[in-house]
Design a protein around this ligand. Sequence first.
Ligand code: ADP
Ligand code: MG
Length: 699
Amino acid sequence: MPRRSLLSGPVQYLKGVGPRRAERLAQMNIQTGRDLLYHLPHRYEDATTVDTISSLGPGDDATVIGTVVSKGVIPTRRRLRVFRVVLRDDTGQIECSWPGQPWLDRTIARGDRLLVSGPVRFFHGRQIQPREHTVLSREGETEDAGDPRAASADGQVFPVYPATEGLTHRQVRGIVDENLDALITDLAERDSLPESWRDELTLPDLAGALETLHRPPSLDAIEPARRRLAFEELFYLQLLHARARARLRRDVEGIAFVAADELTRGLLDALPFELTGAQSRVWNEIRDEMQTPVPMNRLLQGDVGSGKTVVAALAMLKAVESGHQAVLMAPTELLAEQHMRTLTDLLEPLGPKPVLLTGSVTGKARQYALQRIESGEAAIVVGTHALIQDTVEFHSLGIAIVDEQHRFGVEQRRRLREMGGCADALVMSATPIPRSLALVLYGDLDLSVIDEMPPGRKPVVTGVRGPDSREAAFDFLRSQLEEGRQAYVVYPIIEESEVLEVRAATSMHEQLSKRFADFEVGLLHGRLKSAEKDEVMRRFLAGDVSVLVATTVIEVGIDVPNATVMFIEDAERFGLAQLHQLRGRVGRGADQSYCVAFQSGNAPSERLSAFASTNDGFRLAEEDLRIRGQGDLFGKDQSGIATLRFADLERDRRLLDEARNRARRIVADDPELSGSEHAEIRRELEERYAGREALYQIG
Ligand code: ADP
Ligand code: MG
């Protein structure tokens, strides 16, 4: 009988683990030997350049290792409590102090061997104020006895592991250290990446990379090893995406739309403007793909106002001129109605008469619409997402377009495909996300990007204001109203309480109704019935309401060209993407528009400064990624498939492209990975995504 491998076996049977610790490791998702091998340090302490305590002088930046000989919390006159220890090594002793961190008294004990780094200053003697500290070992902690490295960290890069309740980072390190050699031997020189690739990309082999990350010989050795794991992670995710894409193409016979170009030409000729370069490029991408029998599954990204609607209209006409129907779905009724107006204006002169189908279309009108859709007389249908999903039968649907889809999961994408049958699918998003993130989250879709604005747009002037400049801002608002313009005043969603949020908006509405008694001030929030909401919105659209006080219900897609002022209250509560969406509600007409973000303090935050500094949604998206970090962004991916542990979307952009190209190439040659040269890759893919690949069984 073959010995059960340490890698796939339960972690419990590894050295130094046992049932109790296995339970704690499980809390960190470590179930098997393999999980433990991939449980990597989250930071490293550089002990290769340890200073002797006697050599330190004020002004030095020190790294020392010593034993805690005494400790205590000392109150100061300013009621600040300071945690202090005295640290001793073979050469002498020094005080370390942590102002305002009395709780460290519970985590650091006398007798601990401590590594600290930080500046040395003179304060009743020499003193270090540690930037970082790590407990290397603890007196009487027998668990570490088997780990000789803990005793003398000096001369090493010291790995610090993610720990959990009841299991310290030192204990985790002890467990890893004791089992590392055996686990690596168990890999038996198998590698999830072909050797030729490793050579081409100058990446270390798997065993070497893992060993380096657990026991780095120097700080410099860490990055190449991380890149190796990052590439591996990106490659397998891209392979999953590429396979989903290939399966759809294999299983679904799409429609090859004819290259008649009568209606689309007609629309292009009738437009009062030329397409921008980006619109033309994107339209060509879509058109070319529509003319092949491959089922389209595409994401169209473009900033607010970049002109996605025209591109959608062209794609719809393309389907119609080939004898099929087209549907455009919006997230709200209001938006659907707006699209209905735009498309009717654009398309009616060319023949097709769009049909609207929303929850408000009822009775006879609804029957009539449904019947025309089923018979195929209605070539172009506009509606809301939900409706189209369950009740409507199309005669011959050619393309399904979804507008303003900010974030959508694998599951939603699957439903869209099922609904469309063999129809092409185009999803439009006005929330730009960095390309790297799009490839990771939506790598199974093809990507078209409109990265250019129509000419002649006046960028919205954006300011950030603190409490001191509120009055002046509202005076300015009045001057705009007096010129006949309209304005939005928006309140953020208050997560804890919709009541609070409604109250904030309501009291502002009262206040502004008094202040601007000579104008009509409207109120819009989530507690209103949808008929009431629509009523307020319609009056704002018609210009009867001058100021609209609203919670974020107005966020998506509404187009009121005469609105030139966007005030955003408590702007710190919004993400950059949301702020940018809100700003996109103004700047839609000929007049100069303004956006003011109000914050509680007078000094602008990093995020709000970034917001004010550019009107470019893609740049803001990159900035958002930088400020928030990718972890925050992945939190929204419910499938959990696209969670990256090693790759960094900013640093590893080139690796990502490399991974994607290689994944697509392999799938093009051997979609089922059945060739013997792909056996290892196939095995690894199955191991990584066991059970989850089903989510991608689309089409
Ligand atoms: P979004 O991408 O936000 O959906 P829209 O499609 O609503 O943007 O377009 C915003 C406005 O820009 C519309 O009024 C549209 O008519 C106009 N527009 C679109 N393309 C161009 C262009 N190439 N030149 C000038 N104006 C354009
Ligand atoms: Mg739009």
